[in-house]
Design a protein around this ligand. Structure first.
Ligand SMILES: Cc1cc2nc3c(=O)[nH]c(=O)nc-3n(C[C@H](O)[C@H](O)[C@H](O)COP(=O)(O)OP(=O)(O)OC[C@H]3O[C@@H](n4cnc5c(N)ncnc54)[C@H](O)[C@@H]3O)c2cc1C
Length: 537
């Protein structure tokens, strides 16, 4: 018989930010909640670590935009220590012998673009307007639970409600949305622009965490996914979390604890307990059983239905769907500790240059470059000339490094989880890290010698550390057949899994990956509805 110590109202598997968001909302709704995290730290992919003595940085995710405003308010994240540092805005692209900096101010951005193409400069304001209005519309849909296939009247209302959001867009924007949902990022950008640098800059947005040819149909959606966020009311803006992304999950954990949530680390779940096909709790790797009528899984869908629940216990169609889930983002992530600020050949360390460097600094000079990066990785496992996206948070946050020192995040595409010829990432990760450093050093003469420490996360490291199958940073690719009402499976987009009492509250659910807190929040709301209607408990 179970004691009251190992009996609770709801168990959350995983203390990633969505697990914590889910736990916070469940506790707020009156449930007694236990969160079980297999690692010795909480945060999942939203984590800060000291990776070299005196140097700290976000380990995996490194920028905030998608974090839902309502989640911030409801979980009192600012009161619990979160501070967002709004960046000046815009992007800096490092080009061979040149650079393109597109500041937030449209007139200055047009001026910068005009050096490459007068036509592109003329097209830019309309393009920006398109992104902003579609970002606002997509946000409404991204934050709601999608309608379910085979659902009832309430799902019909959802369809109508969401269609109404799109109906309110001007006809041109509706057409733009249809194109962005279906086209390749390459074809979409070719329609708008003629010069390479701007196409490279926005082309990168379509392949962030997305192992695809930029001319693959559907790749434009990933651009949309990255513009629905908001910082200080600015659509599409990206900020730093002061102290790194761990500040978000630490604030969530503080809120959870203030609501009585029990958060346990070193508590890997090995099995979901089922009784007559209904969830009754979980068993930990050390054999401890914990009992609850609600089990919310923050882990990857293929961990839930593969390691923790036998997929054969689910309907055949669902089991096949999960088995065929595509999960590989081809991402390699590094941090470097720097003794001084890197100097890029063509970017001065004057006021303008330093303002530009507070934003994301990309090596993605053209769509051809991005395409070659994909082709190389497809054939040889990784890109000879990788796409590298860099951030130097210490330009705005002096809490991360000693005086004069800096840290840089490097987010790199494309690096396959499984290498040809059976090679292991454990054997090549240092070599590949050197290769990425060489790629940056080709544009920055002081970069290599400024490095005093580094932290490497290969696709295998990401998979091993976070249980992210295939090293997929989003818990499953954001392809058209794996988003919205199809995420993770038709009929289960409302977080209810085919086993009563089991819910998916992580990025494998709508709206997918990114530090948004939305899957956690929405799952909790559905769970609380079921508890109220006595469907579980
Ligand atoms: C390298 C990288 C860079 C990224 N960059 C950004 C970015 O800059 N901005 C952004 O918005 N998004 C970014 N993302 C995406 C974003 O970070 C993730 O999509 C999101 O954080 C996932 O959150 P989650 O809570 O759903 O899952 P996770 O963060 O994956 O958390 C799941 C948790 O479950 C735990 N777990 C798994 N199995 C078990 C088990 N059996 N028992 C107990 N616990 C278990 C894991 O250890 C983990 O802590 C990035 C991701 C990565 C990996």
């Amino acid at each position: 018989m179970s004691t009251s110590e190992n009996r609770t109202d709801a168990i959350v598997i995983g203390a990633g930010h969505n697990g914590l968001s889910c736990a916070g909302y469940l506790a707020r709704g009156g449930l007694k909640v236990t969160v079980l995290e297999r690692r010795d730290v909480i945060g999942g992919a939203a984590l800060t670590e000291e990776f070299h003595p005196g140097f700290r940085n976000s380990v995996f995710s490194y920028l905030v935009s998608l974090l839902d405003q309502q989640v911030i308010r409801d979980l009192d994240l600012f009161q619990h220590g979160l501070e967002l540092l709004q960046r000046p805005g815009g992007s800096l692209s490092i080009l061979p012998g040149d650079h393109l900096y597109l500041p937030r101010d449209p007139a200055s951005a047009q001026q910068a673009l005009a050096r490459f193409s007068a036509a592109d400069a003329a097209a830019y304001p309309e393009f920006e307007d398109l992104l902003e209005s579609l970002g606002d519309a997509i946000r409404v849909i991204a934050t709601q639970v999608p309608p379910n296939f085979g659902g009832g009247l309430s799902d019909l209302w959802k369809v109508l409600g969401q269609a109404n959001v799109l109906r309110k867009l001007p006809a041109d924007r509706q057409a733009d949305l249809a194109e962005l949902m279906t086209m390749s990022i390459g074809d979409f950008l070719d329609r708008w622009f003629e010069s390479d640098p701007i196409k490279g800059l926005y082309g990168f947005e379509g392949i962030i965490g997305n192992f695809v040819d930029p001319y693959a149909q559907g790749s434009a959606y990933v651009l949309l996914h990255h513009i629905f966020g908001q910082v200080d009311g600015r659509t599409g803006a990206w900020a730093y979390a002061k102290g790194g992304m761990g500040a978000i999950t630490q604030a969530m954990a503080r809120y959870c604890r203030s609501q009585g949530v029990d958060i346990r680390t070193n508590a890997a779940v090995s099995e979901v307990i089922l009784d007559k096909g209904v969830a009754k709790g979980v068993v930990l790797e050390d054999g401890t059983a914990l009992h609850a009528p609600v089990v919310a899984a923050n882990c990857h869908p293929q961990i839930l239905f593969g390691q923790l629940i036998d997929p054969a216990l689910t309907p055949d169609r669902f089991a096949k769907r999960v088995a065929g889930w595509r999960s590989e983002s081809a991402t390699f992530r590094m941090n470097v500790a720097l003794s001084e600020l890197p100097k890029f050949d063509t970017v001065d360390h004057d006021e303008n240059g330093l303002t530009a460097m507070k934003n994301t600094i990309d090596i993605a000079p053209s769509l051809d470059y991005i395409r070659a990066a994909y082709d190389d990785a497809r054939m040889q496992g990784w890109s000879k000339a990788p796409v590298v996206s860099m951030c130097i948070p210490t330009l705005m946050d002096d809490s991360l490094a000693p005086p004069g020192g800096h840290v840089m995040s490097l987010f790199c595409q494309h690096f396959r989880r499984h290498l040809p010829d059976g090679r292991s990432w454990d054997d090549v990760r240092e070599e590949v890290a050197d290769h990425i450093i060489d790629t940056v050093a080709a544009h920055s003469p002081n970069f290599r010698q400024a490095i005093v420490g580094r932290q490497i996360n290969s696709p295998l490291d990401i998979e091993r550390k976070l249980n992210m199958v295939g090293g997929d940073i989003f818990h499953g690719t954001l392809h058209l057949d794996q988003i919205f009402a199809l995420r993770p499976a038709p009929g289960h987009a409302d977080h209810r899994m085919p086993i009563p009492g089991v819910y998916l509250c992580g990025s494998g659910a709508h709206p997918g990956g990114g530090v948004s807190g939305i899957p956690g929040r929405n799952a909790a709301q559905e769970i609380l509805k079921d508890v109220k209607r006595r469907k579980v408990g």
